[in-house]
Ligand binder design. Structure first.
Ligand code: IMP
Length: 184
């Protein structure tokens, strides 16, 4: 990994390396391959932050599956959740009678995911579970159930591996804590 890259200069430190991420995704995939054995899965990627995690995860799943995408409004150039949740792009396929796995980059307040899980259950999915790469439980504002989390992290603003600040840093291969001087 070329950690001398320009974007790394904006980090206060690397929190999780690319290698650690790959290792945890493999463990999650092993678990999902067992739990959904004999079932067909619909994997829902929450745009845009989960894209990198999603594409790595689904390639490790040895199950018949379909993919679809949803976009929900997020921080938009700030590091604090607005608390306001808005659908920007809905699914193309029906979730009726399907086993749905929602794949998210990070759960902070939990407001975005509570909204999504509620909608999908009401639409008649057979089951709806949540897999997130990162969980920031200190920021939680509800009792959202996180079914699978690769890493639990402290209440810091992180970027990389799909996660952005003001739409940048998504292409960093590692996850790092953004230097506060970038957003202060
Ligand atoms: P929640 O609704 O507060 O749980 O926020 C979820 C969304 O906020 C995520 O999908 C991310 O887009 C964004 N988010 C929360 N924490 C971070 C962070 O540390 N870095 C980048 N984005 C974050």
């Amino acid at each position: 990994m070329n950690r001398g890259k320009e974007l790394y200069k904006d980090l206060s430190r690397i929190l999780i390396t690319h290698e650690e991420i790959q290792h945890e995704i493999q463990s999650l995939a092993d678990q999902l391959n067992q739990e959904y054995k004999g079932k067909e899965l619909m994997c829902v990627c929450i745009l845009r932050g989960a894209v990198v995690f999603f594409t790595d995860l689904i390639r490790l799943l040895d199950l018949p599956l379909t993919i679809d995408f949803m976009a929900i409004s997020s921080y938009g150039g700030t590091t604090k959740s607005s608390g306001e949740v808005r659908m920007q792009k809905d699914l193309e396929q029906s979730v009726m009678d399907k086993h749905v796995l929602v794949v998210e980059d990070i759960v902070d307040s939990g407001l975005t995911l509570a909204y999504i899980m509620d909608i999908l259950s009401k639409r008649g999915a057979k089951s709806v579970k949540l897999a997130t790469l990162l969980d920031k439980p200190e920021g939680r504002k509800n009792d959202l159930k996180v079914d699978y989390a690769c890493f639990t992290i402290p209440n810091e603003f992180v970027v990389g591996y799909g996660l952005d600040y003001d739409e940048k840093y998504r292409n960093l291969p590692d996850i790092g804590i953004l230097d506060p001087k970038i957003y202060m």
